[in-house]
Design a protein. Structure first.
Lengths: 291, 140
């Protein structure tokens, strides 16, 4: 049995670890709440944007628009959104697994791909892979991405798409469903309106009027609506990251508590047996003196 | 007629209304129930909402909106803009100060990017100020 001293040391170290994980849990919880609000607030906008894009994409005059052009996919761009920091449970591994699966699928079907990474963890993962062409990597994005980063990513994506270098743009991110359920997903953003379920589109009469003209409406909104989707993906990823980090840290704290309980029990046992032994020795000594 | 005013920071209006006056790329339009289906570009400006038939002009609700898109169906309207501020929430003095700052920014702009940014700010605050004024006048 280990000595009382050694056990005391271990308890102390587990306790300080627990303090750290507890603090990280609280930080993640408060950040999660804010991120959750942000992603919930912009969700109706994104949903409406998606519906509108779906409606627009079925409009006949759309076909010629550069952001709506459907081509056979020979080369696609993947925007991988991971986190900058680890210790968030399976957040990054779920995401990179999905990304790796997409790469394998592309390999099989002979599709080339290009990658833009968001977050240090995604950059590290991609650096170890040879068969994708990395176009950009963004790190330390704020919780509320403002225009600059968003448009930097989007402009690259749009230029690659309109120049014909890639035929589709997909975002790989973690969809925030609730604080306990998050799912790594692939979403197609370009060509616009693609990958949108038929059910997303409301039965708008096809003969709706466009003012000043369908082309001008498209020019004015397509880019904006596509950007809303990327914005939402960034917010969702953040909210998911914080939720998963909070859960991971909560588990770590709970485990530390269990460990401390076990160790304390063991230490008490060790102390008690030391006392018992000492008493036995003393009474043994007394017995010996009597004789 | 149901109106939804959706912005990046949430749904700011979701209710039944009688009339909507909106600035669009092709000029101001007024929409009443039974309007033909229309999709149009919203221009930055003041959006006015009449809640009930017979409401006086004094009872209009004003919103300062940025650019976006307006989707009209006979029984519903959906306005999708980046941001919308209700007239009551805009503090006029603040907007005025912000506008002055933006004007100064424009005069001191060194390159095209800064100038562009300043112009955007000026447009935004001019609209906000106008909406605040409209709302104030209404209350009198």
């Amino acid at each position: 049995m280990p000595s009382t001293q050694a056990l005391k040391g271990r308890i102390r170290s587990v306790k300080s670890t627990k303090q750290i994980t507890k603090a990280m849990q609280l930080v993640a919880a408060s950040k999660m709440r804010r991120a959750q609000e942000a992603t919930k607030a912009s969700a109706p906008y994104t949903a409406a944007a998606r519906e509108l894009l779906a409606n627009l994409s079925r409009h006949t005059s759309v076909k010629g628009h550069p952001l709506f052009t459907q081509r056979a996919v020979k080369n696609r761009l993947l925007v991988v959104i991971a986190s900058d920091k680890g210790l968030a449970g399976a957040f990054n591994s779920n995401l990179t697994r999905l990304y790796a699966n997409e790469l394998i699928a592309d390999d099989k079907s002979g599709v080339k791909n290009t990658t833009i990474t968001v977050g240090r963890k995604a950059a590290h993962f991609v650096a170890r892979i040879k068969d994708t062409d990395v176009r950009g990597s963004y790190q330390d994005l704020p919780d509320h991405p403002d225009g600059s980063e968003l448009y930097a990513i989007l402009d690259t994506a749009r230029d690659l798409f309109t120049s014909g270098e890639v035929d589709a743009v997909d975002i790989i991110y973690t969809e925030y469903i609730s604080s306990v359920v998050q799912r790594a997903t692939v979403q197609r953003v370009l060509p616009a309106g693609d990958g949108v379920l038929e059910s997303d589109a409301s039965p708008t009469p096809q003969d709706a009027t466009y003012e000043p003209s369908a082309e001008e409406v498209l020019d004015g909104v397509a880019y904006r609506l596509v950007s809303a989707q990327l914005y939402q993906a960034l917010l969702d990823s953040r909210a998911s990251e914080y939720s998963m980090r909070m859960m991971a840290m909560k588990n770590a704290t709970d485990n530390a508590t269990d460990l401390i309980d076990d160790l304390t029990l063991e230490m008490n046992k060790a102390r008690q047996s030391a006392i018992t032994q000492e008493l036995a020795e003393i009474s043994g000594g007394v017995e010996a003196m009597h004789e | 007629m149901h109106l939804q005013l959706i912005t990046l920071s949430g749904v700011s209006v979701d209710k039944d209304i009688y009339e909507l006056m909106a600035p669009t790329a092709a000029g101001d339009i007024a929409v009443f129930p039974g309007h033909e289906p229309l999709v149009t570009l919203a221009a930055p400006g003041a959006l006015a909402v009449r809640a009930n038939k017979g409401d006086k002009d004094e009872a209009l609700d004003y919103f300062a909106i940025s650019g976006g898109v307006i989707e009209i169906k006979p029984d519903s309207i959906r306005v999708l803009v980046d941001e919308a501020d209700q007239g009551d929430d805009i503090v006029e003095a603040e907007s005025k100060a912000a506008l002055e700052r933006a004007l100064k920014l424009r005069d001191e702009a060194k390159d095209q990017v800064e100038l562009e940014k300043a112009h955007q700010l000026i447009d935004r605050h001019t609209v906000r100020l106008r909406v605040a004024e409209l709302t104030r006048r209404r209350r009198r």
